[in-house]
Design a protein around this ligand. Structure first.
Ligand SMILES: [Zn+2]
Ligand SMILES: [Zn+2]
Length: 362
């Protein structure tokens, strides 16, 4: 919008107009300058009128505009929020009850993206893996080379739209006659039709095919990671580029390992005597069993660490987090007569200690 234009002038409204008067003025102006109005239509002006109304119909924006002008609005809301109307077709739908101007491009069209969910194990996520998936992209029909026409038959001009690819339809609306321009339903906007459809693809020009794709999952991926293969999606139309393939990673839960950032966490049960005396035990890791030194007097909930055995950075096995081992001390439930004897001896020793320390205990 040009800086010089006054929003009230655009709407032909006075500065002290009420909300209702602003609305009325806007409708008059919008009708007058609507691009489908043959005499006075003006697309640029129509946009500006809509923008002016967007501001003046909002009491907060209007107050700022009255006091500080457009500059004030920009510094308050940011330029995009003040003037962001997106596509002009949004305006049409906004003010003309869904009567949008839609027209499909008749030129090359990019193929759609394909989304594939791949479930992998925790170990595969840590180390990376290579697997083959089968996708079913739309590809140009081999027989008709994507034209949809039976080989040897001709393309003819679409009768519905006379080759233009779009059709006009006049309808009644709040603003009077509104001409809608839409993609020709007969030829889908191409302007040409197939005289005899291809027998292989029924004239569609494209077919779904099964296609194996080798997928290399890099080491260190997390659940929900999205890997992209450019150009491996659906084939484009009319010579347009293909879409992309997105592989979404689902990491299965593991019974032993869990992930926290770059660290791998396990819970390790340790016997009562191991915890009291300390010593070396074997613990699982994604690199196989490792020896872990339990310090004497370890408590339940203590967290020990094996550095460098965690999750690698994506695609970089050399930079890894740590493995954290949470110690859970197992209290024995079934004791052999011999164990029972030893525990009883231990208990009486502890009793002695308790009496000395606190002066009472049992
Ligand atoms: Zn075909
Ligand atoms: Zn047509």
């Amino acid at each position: 919008m040009s800086q010089a234009k006054d929003l009230y002038e655009l709407l032909s409204a006075s500065r002290d107009a009420t909300e209702d008067e602003i609305k009325k003025a806007f409708r008059q102006q919008a009708r007058k300058f609507h691009p489908d109005n043959k005499e006075t239509g003006n697309e640029e002006l129509f946009k500006e009128i809509n923008q002016a109304y967007e501001i003046l119909s909002d009491p907060e924006k209007r107050a700022i505009y009255d006091q500080y002008g457009l500059g004030g609005l920009r510094s308050t809301f940011g330029n995009s929020e003040v003037f962001d109307f997106g596509d002009l077709s949004d305006l049409f739908s906004q003010f003309f009850g869904g009567a949008t101007r839609t027209r499909r491009s008749t030129g090359p069209e990019r193929g759609a993206d394909i989304r594939y969910e791949l479930e992998i194990s925790f170990l595969e996520a840590v180390k990376g893996c290579t697997t083959q998936i089968t996708i079913q992209p739309l590809e140009d029909c081999g027989l008709c080379k994507g034209t949809g026409a039976k080989p040897g038959s001709q393309l003819k001009t679409c009768k519905t739209c006379n080759g233009i690819g779009e059709v006009k339809r006049v309808s009644e609306s709040f603003f009077g006659h509104v001409t809608q321009i839409t993609t020709c339903p007969s030829c889908n906007g191409v302007g040409k039709m197939v005289e005899q459809p291809c027998t292989e693809c029924n004239g569609k020009g494209q077919k779904r095919t099964k296609k194996p794709v080798d997928v290399k999952v890099p080491c260190g991926v997390d659940d929900g990671a999205r890997l992209r293969w450019g150009g491996k999606g659906e084939a484009g139309r009319q010579g347009g580029p293909p879409g992309d393939l997105y592989v979404i990673i689902n990491v299965k839960e593991d019974e032993t390992f869990s992930r926290n950032g770059q660290d791998i966490i396990i819970q390790q049960k340790v016997s009562f005597s191991q915890a009291a005396l300390g010593g070396n035990i074997k613990v699982p890791s994604v690199d196989g069993e490792k020896t872990l030194m339990i310090p004497s007097g370890a408590q339940t909930g203590a967290v020990l660490k094996i550095p460098g055995l965690g999750i690698p950075k994506i695609n970089n096995m050399a930079r890894r987090g740590d493995q954290l081992i949470e110690i859970i001390i197992e209290t024995p439930t079934k004791l052999s007569p011999e164990e029972k004897k030893i525990f009883e001896q231990l208990a009486s020793l502890q009793d002695e200690k308790g009496k000395k320390k606190y002066g009472f205990f049992n």
